[in-house]
Design a protein around this ligand. Structure first.
Ligand code: PGA
Length: 257
């Protein structure tokens, strides 16, 4: 089965309500115009409901940017998986580098969230990737191995096959610095070998692996033309319909869909 390309916006802590709705409408139109690519967005939690409403009747999917692993309880400020599901989310980003490095989320916490996402009926977009000093020290493979192994810990293969991985080298996020297509492809191929070791070759071929980190209209084609790059997780360039639409069109061209 070929892997359906998946291009998802990560709006982070940006947009107001009216902007979120307008952006959702434009993204939903791009999704409808490009049926060969799965198109989604992860808005701030407070606008998820408005974005889901704007996307209704279109193929656009919506995700959360984070969640807590408990389904409910006295956890002030947190949002639970069942709440995201209830709002209409399909996906949830977990282990984003800003969660790991700004908020100090460790691997074991992220692993609990992955399991809780499935328990809530959500599909995790599990982010992995090395810091610049880790790359310079030749530790990229070791860091990615740790993130993938921890993130998939205890997952049965039927769930593991559904996880979307986003390889996001931290030095490329929001910096304008992109991994070259070859650098990205190398890590994506490495992730498939890890999955083959953890599960089997079939599963390794089934899992979708997005690239993320300064994806723009002018580099999207070369990145997504790589054999093991199945789409993109897009921050800054997903906040404008023009640039996100262009990335989706480039991805569709690169994948021939
Ligand atoms: P960026 O962000 O596209 O702005 O680099 C990507 C991400 O953080 O997912």
């Amino acid at each position: 089965m070929p892997r359906k390309p998946f291009i998802c916006g990560n709006w982070k802590m940006y947009t107001h309500r009216a902007e979120a709705v307008a952006l959702a409408e434009g993204t939903a139109k791009a999704a409808a115009d490009t049926p060969g690519v799965e198109v989604g967005a992860c808005p701030p939690a407070c606008y998820i409901e408005a974005v889901v409403a704007a996307a209704a009747g279109t193929p656009m999917v919506v995700g959360g940017q984070n969640m807590y692993f408990e389904p409910k309880g006295a956890f002030t400020g947190e949002i639970a998986g069942p709440m995201l599901k209830d709002l209409g989310c399909t996906y949830v980003i977990l282990g984003h580098s800003e969660r790991r490095h700004v908020f100090g989320e460790p691997d074991d916490l992220i692993a609990r969230k992955v399991k809780a996402a499935f328990a809530a009926g959500l599909v995790p977009i599990l982010c992995v990737g090395e810091l610049l000093e880790e790359r310079k020290a030749g530790k990229t493979d070791a860091v990615v191995r740790r993130h993938v192994t921890a993130g998939f810990d205890g997952l049965a293969s039927d769930q593991a096959a559904q996880v979307v991985i986003a390889y996001e080298p931290v030095w490329a996020i929001g910096t304008g610095e992109t991994a070259t297509p070859d650098q990205a492809q190398e890590v994506h191929a490495f992730i498939r070998t890890l999955l083959a070791d953890l599960y089997d070759a079939r599963l390794a071929q089934a899992v979708r692996i997005q690239y993320g980190g300064s994806v723009k209209p002018d580099n999207a084609h070369a990145l997504m033309a790589q054999a093991d790059i199945d789409g993109a997780l897009v921050g800054g360039a997903s906040l404008k319909v023009d640039s996100f639409g262009a990335i989706i069109a480039e991805g569709a061209k690169a994948k021939g869909v």
